[in-house]
Design a protein around this ligand. Structure first.
Ligand SMILES: [Fe+2]
Ligand SMILES: [Fe+2]
Length: 164
């Protein structure tokens, strides 16, 4: 597993966590602001916790093994600026989502569903950009051996962070 595989695994986890929360918020029984759902709050809050943990872990992995490396090899500054902007936008939406989720009563889910869908869009834009533009460049610029070594280090760091 090289570093790009590790980062792609993080993307899969984030996507599936958001999809799972969208399913939990599904099943509207009203319209607009009256749109209610009997939300399984326990399950939702477990998923939410999992999403935040995966988000933090992915952010940390990209800080350590993507943005730093890109700076070191001085890859197009525009690319770094685009990544930073994507991270800022996603982090802001994630914070908003967390705040709305914290104030949700489990029944009036309209706001929560709306913010989740905006977060999913924002995240998808960023993840696709990395997958289509950044990762291929990284693989083209760095030797395979280094990509694998970075992957090994990232996996070791993840395992250490997960250890009790
Ligand atoms: Fe990212
Ligand atoms: Fe990413």
């Amino acid at each position: 597993m090289d570093i790009v595989d590790c980062l792609l695994e993080g993307h899969r986890t984030l996507r599936s966590s958001l999809a799972c929360m969208a399913v939990l918020l599904d099943g509207p029984s009203g319209v607009g602001w009256d749109d209610c759902a009997a939300l399984d709050r326990e399950r939702f809050s477990r998923e939410l916790k999992g999403f935040f943990a995966a988000f933090k872990a992915h952010e940390a992995m990209e800080d350590a093994y993507l943005t730093r490396i890109l700076h070191q090899i001085e890859m197009e500054p525009d690319l770094n600026a685009a990544i930073a902007e994507g991270h800022r936008a996603v982090a802001e939406m994630t914070k908003l989502f967390g705040a709305v989720a914290a104030s949700c009563d489990g029944e009036h889910v309209y706001r929560l569903r709306t913010v989740l869908s905006r977060l999913s869009e924002e995240l998808e834009t960023h993840l696709s950009y990395e997958e289509k533009v950044v990762f291929p460049k990284l693989r083209a610029l760095l030797p395979d051996r280094l990509l694998r070594e970075l992957g090994r280090r990232a996996q070791a760091a993840t395992a250490a962070a997960a250890a009790p």
